[in-house]
Design a protein around this ligand. Structure first.
Ligand SMILES: [Zn+2]
Ligand SMILES: [Zn+2]
Ligand SMILES: [Zn+2]
Length: 510
């Protein structure tokens, strides 16, 4: 299998010209030598790739393994049963799949197997590739189309048979909205469309109703993201009143206004199925609609006093409060929700820039709330570590803690992370400052790992290791090569050898 991957990698690394040479140098004799086989039973002259006079034949060094092993590799590849070969093909980039189609009939057919394309995502940025995939591939996981490519894509998509699961459209003008409507119609007709993301920032509200109606009519849609900047609150609600409600959405992300009639229509007609709601709204929360969702268990929004009206959401277990422009003032409604609302297991507070007043009020409320004993994960951005340290012992069930800080956490914070105050803490995520290699050697970091035997330390970022770092650890070169590997700095650093229950990337650091 390793040899097969190497062979495929070889193919995938070729330029177009090299590929032709490679096909001529390697595949031709190979096909001549491996016959008959189900996929090679036709003569090589009938193969569907172009041939051209050889301009220069690269000398093959010595009695070279290449003349012996490469045919064996190809033979091995083609000896795989179809299902195994399909799984190998699914690992290749889409462009290489089209190149492999030139090799033989069997690869031509198998490279269009649905399992090969099921996880492929393409964008309009690579027009030729996307056009080819829409014409030939049976399915795609994701298609992303920018405003500038909507018209060209709409023409191709009008005749496509390719089933797309996740569609993202950027709409900027009235004409864009018309092309986008046609695209949604085609993919909706083919079936299989489960996620739609619409970036409508800048589009005039009067251009949007046909597109929004088309999106609403997609059957069995599970996830919908709508980003609207213009004021759609003035659109008349009768635009949606004749639409047949077919609740299917489990996740809705919406940026607009709480009084937006399309948002209200979505929340009302999908209330029975919605489980995750993300709302960034200019004017509060539609609390009466959110309060009537029996299955809602994850809510993301800005900190707002409206939250005090959602204390009866008994199934809610995840709350994310985030806003880059939030004012640093206590938010009594949110504090009230935390103190008297549902028991939360996962909480995110993410504010920029630092909000000591708001952060202190919310963290204190969380520490005193019924959620504190059952809280399992806590992500804090814009909340000072000096506020976190005294509260940690209030969260005995905490398994994951992430702290985004502009500086190294204080000694008080590191001391507060201990088996006594956080007995179940398995993952601590921090931002490394300076060289991440040197940061991992910091005595405070080493100490927190040594004192917490089950802890895994992860670095936010992703962090990078500079080639010319002159810190004493990099100059000494301890760990340096290991940390430069693909997953090196993204490992889960610990003070133990990997054991059952550990993450796959658990790596002993001490
Ligand atoms: Zn360094
Ligand atoms: Zn080192
Ligand atoms: Zn581990």
């Amino acid at each position: 299998m390793v040899e097969i991957i190497a062979f495929l990698n070889k193919i995938s690394n070729l330029t177009e010209e090299e590929e032709e040479d490679y096909l001529q140098d390697e595949i031709d004799p190979l096909l001549d030598s491996v016959a008959p086989s189900p996929c090679l039973s036709t003569s090589s002259t009938s193969l569907p790739y172009r041939r051209r006079p050889r301009l220069s034949a690269l000398p093959c060094p010595s009695a070279s393994p290449c003349s012996v092993t490469r045919p064996v590799i190809m033979t091995d590849l083609l000896a795989l049963p179809d299902d195994a070969l399909v799984r190998v093909l699914a690992l290749l980039p889409p462009r290489e799949l089209f190149r492999l189609r030139l090799v033989c009939r069997r690869l031509r057919d198998l490279s269009l197997h649905p399992d090969v394309w099921r996880s492929v995502g393409l964008s309009g940025g690579d027009k030729g590739l996307l056009q080819a995939a829409l014409r030939l591939a049976p399915c795609l996981r994701e298609v992303t189309l920018l405003s500038s490519y909507l018209q060209a894509a709409a023409c191709t998509i009008a005749n496509t048979k390719c089933v797309v699961t996740n569609l993202t459209l950027f709409v900027r003008t009235q004409l864009d909205a018309a092309w986008a409507t046609a695209i949604v119609l085609r993919f909706s007709t083919l079936g299989g469309l489960r996620e739609i993301s619409l970036d409508l920032l800048g589009a005039a509200p009067e251009a949007l109703p046909p597109l929004l109606r088309m999106v609403y009519g997609v059957q069995d849609l599970c996830e919908l993201t709508v980003w609207i900047l213009s004021d759609t609150s003035q659109l008349p609600s009768f635009l949606w009143s004749d639409m047949e409600p077919r609740p299917s959405l489990t996740k809705l992300k919406y940026k607009g206004a709480a009084s937006d009639p399309f948002l209200c229509f979505l929340l009302r007609t999908h209330a029975s199925t919605l489980q995750h709601v993300v709302l960034f709204l200019a004017d509060g929360l539609p609390t009466s609609l959110l309060g009537s969702m029996p299955r809602l268990h994850s809510l993301t929004c800005r900190p707002t006093d409206d939250l005090s009206q959602l204390k009866s959401l008994s199934n809610l277990d995840t709350l994310r409060l985030m806003d880059p422009e939030v004012q640093d003032v206590p938010c009594p409604g949110t504090v009230d929700f935390l103190l008297q609302g549902p028991r939360l297991r996962h909480v995110v507070f993410s504010f920029e820039p630092n909000c000591p007043i708001l952060g202190a009020a919310l963290l204190e409320a969380l520490a005193q709330s019924p959620s504190a004993p059952v809280l399992e994960s806590l992500f804090l951005d814009g909340v000072q570590d000096s506020l976190v340290a005294p509260s940690l012992h209030r969260f005995p069930s905490l398994r994951a803690l992430a702290l985004e800080l502009d500086a190294m956490p204080s000694d008080d914070f590191f001391r507060a992370v201990s088996p006594a105050s956080t007995p179940r803490l398995a993952t601590l995520q921090l931002v490394p400052h300076g060289c991440p290699h040197a940061w991992l050697h910091d005595p405070a970091v080493q100490d927190v790992l040594a004192r917490n035997a089950g802890l895994h330390l992860r670095l936010s970022g992703p962090p990078t290791l500079e080639d010319d770092c002159a810190c004493r650890w990099c100059l000494w070169r301890c760990h340096r090569d290991e940390l430069r590997t693909h997953a090196g700095l993204q490992s889960a650093f610990s003070a133990h050898t990997r054991r059952p229950g550990c993450p796959r990337d658990c790596r002993r650091w001490l």
